[in-house]
Design a protein around this ligand. Structure first.
Ligand code: GLN
Length: 207
């Protein structure tokens, strides 16, 4: 599939401070858009859309503040560029991190997505697991479920009025959208199922 915006390929900046950004870049490139590692404000400014990958949200939060990439991400959002946060990336986008799960003393977050998250919500014994999720927005009514990998994942404890819940795992909210913002507890980039990335690219094309 070749994703073009007029005559030009879509450019997706993948925040590359820490975490599993290489997999997102690979998925985006496989789908015919240009995925690249973003480390400086200028890398964000030249993008059509942005992915904040999984990793350690406290570390990524410190690094985006140190390199002033936090302000660039907020400006990209204000310019209505789609942003997708996976796992730690969703934590960074969140308005609130539930008490007791935020790093002691607070941690840098962007506060753009109107959700409250609970970090590391699946407990130690099941730190990581893979499962199938029903996601009608992605699979349609009868399509196969979406394969999802959870790694020390957060859950969404509550959502604001403008947030659409796209998927639950049991009764826990794990995938949300608010206009141009997308957030998942899980890692779609670690499976061969590319439909979540296709969905994100369609959000860019819709703009
Ligand atoms: N546990 C990590 C955090 O709270 C997130 C894990 C992940 O991104 N896979 O930042």
């Amino acid at each position: 599939m070749v994703v073009v915006n007029g005559a030009r390929q879509l450019r997706v900046a993948v925040l590359a401070m820490q975490g599993d950004y290489e997999w997102h870049i690979a998925r985006i490139n496989e789908l015919g858009a240009v995925g690249y590692a973003a480390r400086l404000p200028g890398d964000i400014e030249s993008a059509d859309a942005l992915i904040l990958p999984g990793g350690e949200s406290t570390t990524i939060g410190k690094l985006i503040a140190r390199y002033r990439v936090d302000d660039a991400i907020i400006r990209a959002h204000e310019a209505r560029k789609p942003i997708y946060g996976t796992c730690a990336g969703m934590i960074l986008l969140a308005r609130e991190i539930a008490a007791g799960t935020e790093e002691r003393g607070g941690q840098r977050k962007l506060g753009l997505l109107d959700i409250s998250v609970i970090r590391n919500a699946f407990g130690r014994q099941v730190d990581s697991f893979e499962t199938d999720l029903d996601i009608p927005a992605i699979a349609g009514k009868d399509g196969p479920p979406v394969r999802a990998v959870f790694i020390r994942a957060p859950i969404v404890a509550s959502v604001g009025p403008d947030v659409e819940v796209l998927a639950r795992h049991g009764d826990r909210i794990v995938f949300v959208r608010q206009g141009t913002l997308l957030g998942s507890s899980f890692h779609p980039e670690l499976t061969t199922d590319d439909r979540v990335h296709r969905y994100f690219l369609s959000m860019i094309a819709q703009r």
